[in-house]
Ligand binder design. Structure first.
Ligand code: SF4
Length: 192
């Protein structure tokens, strides 16, 4: 049984898989309290894995993204098995403070250690690192070995501030091209 905030089918708007059709399972709850968190993950409905699979198996997209909140707070073993059994692949989006469950096909770590005292990153290997930059805190990879490093401007809800932060991200990437820019494309194209 899992506490689920929402399930929806959309386009991945961030990171290396931007533009890819995917089902998103947003699990409820997080162990961090980031100051800029814009994700409604506080409310959740108890759902068993079979019910979740029933809701997602009709979606044509090959990827299922388990996100949150912080998805690793819940036991995902049966869900991951169930997703694989219907022929889909599992991606997870985590803040990296907890171990990644076995069987995940794509790991995105979005470290929040710069913003909260209890955000220390424990995960050392991922497919991609997606670092949110708020214009103030240092940019670093926290020693995570990954194939892709993305810098994502924090959406401050203020156009002027956002443009300044985007400019800082671009300037940083020009100096350290290991990083690439990740924009929240789903917000640009107005999809969920
Ligand atoms: S880790 Fe993510 S979901 Fe949790 S508080 Fe921070 S931004 Fe929000």
């Amino acid at each position: 049984m899992l506490s689920v905030n929402e399930i929806f089918y959309s386009i991945q708007g961030e990171g290396a898989n931007t533009g890819t059709a995917a089902t998103f399972i947003r699990l409820a709850g997080c162990n961090l309290r980031c100051p800029f968190c814009d994700t409604e993950h506080h409310s959740g409905v108890a759902m068993d894995e079979k019910t979740i699979i029933g809701q997602i198996e009709g979606h044509p997209g090959r990827w299922v993204v388990i996100t949150g909140g912080e998805p690793t707070l819940q036991n995902l073993d049966n869900l991951i098995d169930g997703i694989h059994k219907i022929g889909k692949k599992v991606a997870i989006e985590t803040n990296g403070t907890r171990p990644i469950p076995a069987g995940v096909d794509w790991v995105t770590v979005s470290p929040k250690a710069a913003f909260v005292a209890n955000g220390k990153v424990l995960v050392k290997k991922a497919d991609e690192v997606k670092l949110v930059f708020d214009g103030e805190h240092d940019i670093c990879d926290y020693g995570i070995e990954a194939s892709h490093y993305y810098l994502q401007p924090c959406d401050m809800g203020n156009q002027e501030q956002n443009m300044k932060i985007i400019g800082q991200c671009v300037a940083f990437i020009l100096q350290d091209p290991k990083w690439r820019l990740s924009l929240q494309v789903h917000k640009v194209i107005h999809v969920k």
